[in-house]
Design a protein around this ligand. Structure first.
Ligand code: ATP
Ligand code: MG
Length: 265
């Protein structure tokens, strides 16, 4: 009866789809408490008012996010990531997502520059953590710790845990990218509650990829992230590919699309 202990094989087309978002699909996983996170090629910005399919993006984000989460797990930062399954999918632990986008900024850019009139590229006096309420109808408004605790989205203790995680992730990512000749301007992360029996802990969830980070080439300040799409600059896949290559996770000349004939040497 060995087969009873093996995760049951579920054909792709019969998997139960739990949620389809703008960039990813979540399927029921092979075991209770697990999910399969599928990375689509869809790119959206300005709360999906701008939408495009960019061939190869999902494959790259799956790889880059796998790399980041594997390393976070290795340095003791808890995440939802278990393992990558294929070109577009990874096995993750199901968590109760805290309805906040946690943004950590090192350099002024984007909405911070706009709101406070800061020149893009200005080094901030110190890293700044911001919270946004995850609500598409409201365009993900910025909120303070007061709002978060008053409306019960997270407790004061959970906010402390989230901020400690955010600082550790920022320190790790900044060093990782610096070693690859890339400046981590800012990034967004999501956290979730993971239950282990009676115990609950906050873990890093969702994805960390050039879709959710601002990454600038250290020498030229060239953008290597989703701003290329937001600002109609083109060359998005090439930029993501370059990020992957510099992190040492893409073998030179590897086809990111996973389709078409492959030359057998
Ligand atoms: N481990 C996890 N367990 C449960 N849900 C998760 C987990 N990791 C990520 N999610 C959620 O899965 C969804 C991923 O899909 P996607 O990123 O495409 O959504 P989205 O369209 O950006 O919408 P959202 O505004 O909710 O992020 C997100 O809602 C995210 O919060
Ligand atoms: Mg999302």
């Amino acid at each position: 009866m060995d087969f009873l202990n093996k995760p049951r094989y579920v054909p792709m087309n019969r998997r139960r789809r739990i949620y389809e978002g703008k960039a990813k699909i979540l399927y029921e996983g092979p075991e209770p408490g697990t999910l399969i996170q599928h990375f689509k090629d869809d790119a959206t910005a300005f709360n999906a008012k701008k939408h495009e399919v960019i061939d190869g993006k999902g494959v790259l984000n799956n790889r880059i996010s796998e790399f980041v989460f594997t390393n976070l797990n290795a340095i003791g930062v808890p995440t939802h990531f278990i393992r990558r399954l294929n070109m577009r999918e990874q096995l993750i632990r199901e968590v109760e997502i805290i309805p906040l986008e946690i943004v950590v900024r090192n350099v002024a850019a984007g909405s911070l520059s706009k709101r406070l009139g800061l020149e893009e590229g200005m080094q901030l006096p110190r890293s700044i953590i911001e919270f946004y309420y995850k609500n598409d109808e409201l365009d993900d408004p910025m909120v303070s710790e007061e709002h978060i605790t008053a409306f019960g989205w997270a407790t004061p203790q959970e906010i402390d845990d989230i901020m400690a995680l955010a600082i550790r992730v920022n320190d790790f990512l900044s060093g990782l990218f610096l070693g690859a000749g890339i400046r981590l301007v800012d990034f967004k992360m999501e956290c979730g509650r993971m239950w282990e029996g009676e115990m609950m802990r906050i873990v890093v969830a969702d994805e960390i990829s050039p879709d959710s980070c601002r990454l600038w080439d250290i020498k030229t300040n060239d953008k290597m992230d989703k701003d290329r799409f937001r600002r109609d600059m083109g060359g998005l896949v090439e930029a993501y590919q370059e990020v992957a290559r510099r992190l040492g996770i893409l073998i030179e000349n590897e086809r990111p699309h996973g389709s078409g004939p492959v030359l057998v040497k």
